[in-house]
Design a protein around this ligand. Sequence first.
Ligand code: 13P
Length: 269
Amino acid sequence: MARVNRSPADGRIPLIAGNWKMNFDHLQAIAFVQKLAWSLKDARHDFGAVEVAVFPPFTDLRSVQTLVAADKLPIVYGAQDVCAHAPGAFTGEIAASFLAQLDCSYVLIGHSERRTFYGETDEVIAAKTAAAIGAGLVPLVCVGETAEDLETHGASAVPVAQLNAVLDAIPKTADFVVAYEPVWAIGSGQPATPEQAQQVASALRATIAARLGDEAAAVTRVLYGGSVKADNIAGFMRQPDVDGALVGGASLDVEGFSAIVRYQKHVGV
Ligand code: 13P
């Protein structure tokens, strides 16, 4: 499995992750990943300084694996969802062990679209996270409040409760990433402010510290997601508790995504 750029010795290496959602078939995926790798290579991107991950649909993963392995591309990848169960009679589902066999480093779990459109509960999300960890994948657990939650409970209450449900189900030493994605900011063109993102990221990190200890809190990456673009990434990355971004729409354009990955160069963070 591709090594994830994170260990206590490394510190928190920023992660820029592209969630393609249901976009790009396997041929488009190959063309995109090839172009992205060329674009970042041309720009002399330091992949050890900012890790780059893409999250294609399931049907693209084998093609992406073959390309990344053949050309030794320094891009990592993962799936957008996973089944909570071991292989067996679960029609239409994909086991974590299958993703590990495809050299996936990560898997997205609990994206708000899964929570909203497919009724995924905190329990299901916790079980999926445990299954991913059991297979050696690093879960990228998505949390976030709706506009209504924000009004009723403030910004951090719902994301912290969603994270707590996952922390109940995983080993204390587990390696995982948290993505704070306010539902109202996803695909709306209205991102949270960097200060709002920092406030919730800091509350999420404090939750990890309280539940798993200070070292876990110090090494676990917390990303922001929701209408991230090349022209607003810098503000988020300047925040002390924001360690990267989960990018939707803007991850579908090679030049735009590459500019987000290279935020250090063009904005002088
Ligand atoms: P947008 O970047 O399109 O707002 O999507 C964010 C997202 O849902 C990433 O998972």
